[in-house]
Every structure is written in structure tokens, then in C-alpha cells.
Design a protein around this ligand. Structure first.
Ligand SMILES: C[S@@+](CC[C@H](N)C(=O)[O-])C[C@H]1O[C@@H](n2cnc3c(N)ncnc32)[C@H](O)[C@@H]1O
Length: 268
């Protein structure tokens, strides 16, 4: 496990512990985020969350709603890369029904414990949480219809491995439908160097054309990248304030450069 992966694991282990103790709501960025966090807030409709356990919603750490990006059908097998507290797994489980199956994959023990507790509270029997990394998915070749993921691939230091593995486990015709933070154009190198920002989902994001190129290199076709929430300076200032970087210097260079996007592709 590299330093970045260990730092990510420590961070999400601590967040899972807080949610389990009822101390904090979910938060993808540094300590300042919470209810008003521009990245993780207002991602799901009330209809979506009404039927879910409170802690599954409180632990929502994503930057989109990948279950809205994929047309899930009864009987399908779905895999959520970096499933966290399990919100997208539980939403998908309802959509694929009793003849379908949803796997949640996460490397952090505390998150897996929280997710399994949320599964128990939701009474979901077509769900299985697996321990492992998204760079080495513990599932056989050609076994999954749809891969979803919510704000996790940007955390990986080996995105080529993640995309290769996603391609391997998908069935021919299978779909990749994830939500992730993307960079649009040039970004100051100091942002990419900051481990704090990396762990907080920003500095590890791919530039959008690079994301598409990596998906095609992994073998995917029909690649679409659709930014749907572009972060403004005000959002970036709040996000960066906790990290010790010079916000006044960076903020103007960050405006409009970061977005949450739906990323879709198909295995031919
Ligand atoms: C930003 S949270 C997102 C959680 C969930 N997808 C959601 O929307 O609430 C990132 C999650 O991915 C997991 N994670 C990060 N990097 C991972 C990796 N390389 N392999 C497996 N899990 C990873 C973390 O443990 C954490 O639970």
C-alpha cells in the first residue's frame, strides 16, 4: 500500500468512525465541509434517501449520484468501486431487485463495517460488501453488468490500473457509469502537490480529456464526460481554506476548473 492509499484509508476510517458514533455527517473535503459542502451536498432526491438508513445517508461522501447516470435493470450485477457507507449500493439494490446483485468494494475496514450495518438496517439481501482495492478488484473476468463509483477514482494513485480492472470485470456490452471530480484545463502544480487536497478529492482528479484517453486506452468505447456541477471560486475558497494553501493566490486560477462529472463508457 503506497503513502497516498494509506492516507486515504486513515481519513475515511476516521470519517466512518465519526458517522458510526453519530458525531458528524459525511464530508469529502477537509474539516470545514459538512452541510454546506459544495461537493457532497444535495446529490440525492428525498425520494431516493427516504427509504435508506440514516447512517447510510449521513456517510454519503460522493460528488454525484451514479445511480442516476446508469439505467439499472432488474437482474443485473452491479459493482460500486469505493462503496463507503453503502448509499449507492443500497439504492442500486432496489433497482436490480431480488434477481440482481450489487457488490460494494472498499479497502477501509471501518467503512465496510458501517456499510454492512447499513445493509442490515435496510434489510438488503442482494448486496455483498467486499474488502479490497479498486486497483485489484476481487471479482472474476466478465462478471459485472454495470460499474458505478462515486468520487473515488480521483483518489487513486494508479488510475490506469483501476480502469483496466474495471474493463476486465465487466461483461462484453457492460457499462461504466461513474461520478467523479474532473479538472478542466491547466491547474497550478501546487494543487497537485498537496497531499491534503489529494485526499480531499481535488488534486488527484484527472483532466477531462486525459480521463477519456485513459478509458479508451483501457479498451472502452462510447466515452462520454458530462460535467454537471462546476465549482465556483466561492466553492473553491471554502474548500481550500482548511488546507493551508494561499487561497487568495490560487482562487482565481481555480475558477471553473473543477467539476463533478458523469463519466460513461461501454465495454465493446
Ligand atoms: C469519497 S469516499 C466515497 C464513498 C461512497 N462512494 C459515497 O459516495 O459515499 C471514498 C471511499 O472510497 C474508498 N477508497 C478510496 N480509495 C480506495 C481504493 N484505492 N480501493 C478501495 N477503496 C478505496 C474509501 O475507503 C472511502 O470509503
Amino acid at each position: 500500500m503506497d503513502d497516498i492509499q494509506q492516507a486515504v484509508k486513515d481519513k475515511y476510517g476516521a470519517i466512518a468512525g465519526s458517522v458510526a458514533r453519530g458525531e458528524a455527517s459525511g464530508c469529502c473535503g477537509p474539516a470545514a465541509c459538512g452541510g454546506g459542502d459544495p461537493i457532497t451536498s444535495n446529490l440525492y432526491s428525498e425520494t431516493d434517501t427516504a427509504a435508506l438508513p440514516r447512517d447510510a445517508v449521513a456517510a454519503s461522501l460522493g460528488c454525484g449520484n451514479p445511480t442516476a447516470a446508469a439505467a439499472l435493470e432488474p437482474g443485473q450485477t452491479v459493482l460500486d468501486l469505493g462503496s463507503g457507507g453503502g448509499i449507492d449500493v443500497l439504492l442500486s439494490a432496489t433497482r436490480v431487485g431480488p434477481t440482481g446483485k450489487v457488490y460494494g468494494l472498499d479497502m477501509t475496514d471501518e467503512m465496510l463495517a458501517l456499510a454492512r450495518e447499513n445493509q442490515r438496517k435496510a434489510g438488503a439481501t442482494n448486496v455483498e460488501f467486499l474488502k479490497g482495492t479498486i486497483e485489484a478488484i476481487p471479482l472474476p473476468d466478465g462478471s459485472v453488468d454495470v460499474i458505478i463509483s462515486n468520487c473515488v477514482i480521483n483518489l487513486s494513485s494508479d488510475k490506469d490500473a483501476v480502469l483496466r480492472e474495471a474493463f476486465r470485470v465487466l461483461k462484453p456490452g457492460g457499462r461504466f457509469a461513474v461520478s467523479d471530480v474532473v479538472v478542466r484545463g491547466e491547474v497550478p502544480p501546487s494543487i497537485r502537490r498537496s497531499m491534503e487536497l489529494w485526499v480531499g478529492c481535488i488534486a488527484g482528479a484527472l483532466e477531462e480529456t486525459e480521463y477519456g484517453a485513459k478509458l479508451r486506452a483501457a479498451g472502452f468505447a462510447d466515452v462520454e464526460i458530462e460535467p454537471w456541477r462546476v465549482y465556483e471560486i466561492a466553492d473553491a475558497r471554502a474548500y481550500l481554506a482548511e488546507t493551508g494553501v494561499d487561497v487568495d493566490l490560487l482562487a482565481p486560477q481555480v475558477e471553473g476548473k473543477f467539476a463533478s462529472a458523469f463519466i460513461r463508457a461501454r465495454k465493446p
